[in-house]
Write a protein that binds this ligand. Sequence first.
Ligand code: PHE
Length: 461
Amino acid sequence: MKSTSNKNVFVSKVGAILAAAGSAVGLGNVWRFPTEAGEHGGAAFILIYVLFMLLLGVPIMVTEFAIGRHGGSDVSGAFEKMSGGKKGWRWMGMIPVVSGFLVLSYYAVVAGWTLYYAFEALMNGFAGKTAMEFQTDFVAFSSDSLHPVFWTAIIIALTCGIVALGVQKGIERGSKIMMPLLFVFIVVLVGCSLSLPNAHQGLQFLFYPDFSKVNGSVILSAMGQAFFSLSVGLGCLCTYACYFRKDVDLMKDGLSVAGIDTLVALLSGLIVFPAVYSIPGLRPDAGPSLVFVTLPNVFQQVFGGIPVLAYSFSLIFYLLLVMAALTSSISMLEMSAAYFHKNLRLPRPLAAVVVSVVCMLFATFCSWSFGDWADVRIFGMGFFDLFDFLVAKLIMPVGGMLMCFFLGWVVDKRVLRAELTNGGTLRSPLYPVFRFIIRYFAPVCILLILVNELGLFAFLM
Ligand code: PHE
């Protein structure tokens, strides 16, 4: 492991992969993936999702890596620099800054729920509860005006603390500790879940596709999920790639990160669905409350006879969620904080605090949209749903499309090749495929799906 004196660079190559994988692996894998897969029919959705990961997600990720690393330490100036100084592309540097606020503001709410559930598990608060009680308690908790906001504030404060510590001591070290631990937790949980009665039904749901359920909205959701899970399209990975060393193989790293991310999503499916099917009558399409209502109930009922198992299973599961959430939320905060730190020259801790305070305000609105503000609707959606829609179904695809277009058509071909082959020192057999995807396939494919979904086809005809 070579060390570097520049504090704004990930010390090791492994650190760079783990940090990017930390951003990618999160609630998107353990909470959003089972929810989406459950609501959209399981295996067919998953197949489309994996295809989107490979054909769009990975190329956009590598695109972000290339732009970020070329930009050096300044992500907001990276687009202008890579375009060879064309001022017209400068505005794209603001995508990560704005997106950081949006995504953290609602993500922190769910992350706060996971922290509360980890706390409840620790205090053995699930023991003896009935299915009905899990349901009513979750609704009562999430719609309360103060309680969930308190836990969200703790998540934001923890995130802020790690980001304030800096690239090496905070982000890289945090990811290096949390990611391996996360993996161990997952493997233990998969083992337990697969040994439950009726586990095969869960496996069938996950791996046996039924294409009759596939429609336009399933396809858009699968694409949104692939982008969300890989953290692509917002410029988050551009931000991290600014801290990559010059000898990192961007293509290889992109594939490794996507591989880790997909594996964790599928393993989460292997935890959640066998568990759901182990109790007759429970359904995999319970929606966002799946991991907060259905699962704790499963843990109690299945292991009820052996309290220590029920206790450990629940505790490990929610700790896993908290850690996964934190490695992602630090990447979100970093997107905006890096701008305040580098461009507006605020000290790093102050930049982190400023962004955190604003996000806390929005997060409060998002949290209230489950309770007091349930009736406040913008475009027919509450705050939380609006933020999720804006991020996963709008900015991510549009941002991804623009970045591909930028790298494929605006950036000089030689600059692109040099970035992907590390100045010609790497063999890069996939380069032509990558270039084709970012020039033609990705922009056209994303545009078609978006236009179709937004109903613009009907409008244009
Ligand atoms: N990929 C993260 C997850 O799966 C979420 C995320 C989105 C992180 C966008 C950073 C930027 O939870």
